[in-house]
Design a protein around this ligand. Structure first.
Ligand SMILES: Cc1cc2nc3c(=O)[nH]c(=O)nc-3n(C[C@H](O)[C@H](O)[C@H](O)COP(=O)(O)OP(=O)(O)OC[C@H]3O[C@@H](n4cnc5c(N)ncnc54)[C@H](O)[C@@H]3O)c2cc1C
Length: 409
């Protein structure tokens, strides 16, 4: 590394091989985001299936995997979701060693604030549910919250902070390093990673899927897996069916770098706002989705103002910081707010999607359970409840309990 630094960085070898598409693979994965790459990696390393291609329409890492606010946690309410996201958190805990890649997994803790007695009850119920699944969750009183986050204004904000609930094993991971780490490890295991290769059609006959049409020619496959996040509905349409989800924009923001002021992830309970400090010093924050359907990776000013208002209510000191970057990503928001890892109406066409705006933390578990479904033909036990049929037979997993309104999840 020192030598490269002194010689103009000309001698580095490629992290993953630049493959060209072959005419046929056993498995074709559409989408080189976190879930597509993780699925390919686990297919090769856990299930011994290496005749796999990942087809990505652009360069790797420019989708949501490189656009999120990097938060990982397993503090969910529904027991089946707690189990799935805890499985993911455990995989994060060993991921860097396994991939031999520094993804900057930082279990600095995630703190959810509450602002009313009713909210305290709700969070206590959630924490108790987590503990029943042997997942860490600790209530914090006002003094403990202030001690952990001196930046917070407990009393003068619009909604006084009464306390919080902490998952100390939650935290952040450097988002694009996750794409790079899985890509390098999958490529080393024999997977073809093919960038600048957009899938433009799904080929099928009476027996099911037979391959895909791409901007670089047709590619045959025994099994095709869609892992295209906000583009899931477009790819499903190419295959001839509709999905119970809508695509919405979610924005994120980063301020100029400052000295360390925040050493854990904090979420505001009286609105939608979450914030952490990156290792470079910028405060990284976001809020709710913009609330209209779009495939455009950019957001609108009204939501930027709403997010800033929530942030200043909670931490008035943020007012002195300049926002240096803002961007958007396209979110695959389902009718119940939970993801889909499932077979589809087309035989041998598998779907990994519906991640809403929480799919980053799920990448290791999503990849592992999608690979399991492809290799074994049956769902992984921790992801069986994410079957697409749940929408038809009324077994939805409404994590937030707010009904079939994608923009509210
Ligand atoms: C602003 C923001 C903040 C977020 N914050 C968090 C967070 O803090 N924690 C968390 O858990 N989650 C968060 N998320 C959500 C999380 O990023 C996503 O749910 C997750 O990354 C989606 O899975 P993915 O990585 O596979 O998606 P992507 O990276 O979007 O991968 C899908 C890929 O498919 C490709 N593709 C699409 N169509 C085609 C085609 N026709 N042919 C070939 N390739 C195609 C795309 O180019 C893309 O690279 C956030 C998202 C955003 C936008």
């Amino acid at each position: 590394m020192l030598l490269e630094g002194l010689s103009g960085h000309q001698g580095w070898s490629r992290a993953w091989q630049k493959a060209a598409p072959k005419s046929r693979y056993r498995v074709v994965i559409v989408g080189g985001g976190g879930h597509g790459l993780a699925t390919a990696y686990y297919l090769a390393t856990e299930f011994g299936i290496t005749d796999v291609a990942v087809l990505e329409k652009g360069p790797l890492g420019l989708g949501n995997v490189g656009r999120n606010t990097t938060i990982i946690r397993s503090n969910y309410f529904q027991p089946a979701n707690v189990r799935f996201y805890e499985f993911s958190l455990k995989l994060w805990e060993g991921l860097e060693r396994r991939l031999n890649f520094n993804a900057m997994v930082s279990q600095r803790g995630t703190l959810n604030l509450f602002h009313s007695e009713a909210q305290r009850d709700l969070f206590t119920r959630r924490a108790n549910g987590m503990r029943l699944e042997s997942v860490d969750a600790a209530p914090l009183d006002r003094a403990a919250v202030k001690a952990r986050v001196p930046l917070l204004d407990l009393d003068n904000g619009r909604f006084p902070i009464l306390g919080g609930f902490l998952q100390s094993r939650g935290g952040t991971v450097r988002h694009d390093a996750v794409a790079w780490g899985y890509a390098r490890a999958a490529s080393n295991a024999g997977v073809d990673i093919i960038e600048d290769c957009e899938v433009t059609g799904i080929r099928r006959d009476a027996s099911g899927v037979t391959g895909v049409a791409t901007t670089r020619g047709g590619v045959g496959a025994d099994i095709v897996c869609l892992a295209v996040a906000g583009h899931s509905s477009r790819l499903a349409e190419m295959a001839g069916f509709r999905l119970p989800l809508e695509t919405h924009v979610l924005q994120a923001f980063v301020t100029e770098s400052v000295k360390p002021v925040l050493d854990l992830v904090v979420t505001y309970g009286a609105g939608h706002f979450y914030i952490s400090q990156s290792d470079k010093g910028g405060l990284v924050f976001g809020g709710a989705i913009d609330g209209y359907n779009s495939y455009g990776q950019r957001g609108t000013l009204p939501m930027a103002e709403e997010v800033a208002a929530a942030g200043l209510t909670m931490m008035p000191g943020l007012a002195r910081l300049k926002v240096v970057r803002q961007w958007g990503g396209v979110m695959d928001m389902t009718m119940d707010g939970s993801p889909i890892i499932s077979k589809t109406p087309v035989a041998r066409l598998i779907l990994n999607g519906g991640w809403c705006y929480g799919g980053f933390k799920a990448i290791p578990a999503g990849g592992m359970s999608t690979a399991h479904l492809i290799a074994r033909g049956e769902p992984h036990p921790v992801a069986a409840h994410f079957d697409l049929n749940r929408f038809a037979n009324g077994r939805t997993i409404d994590e937030r309990g707010i009904g079939p309104f994608p923009f509210l999840h």
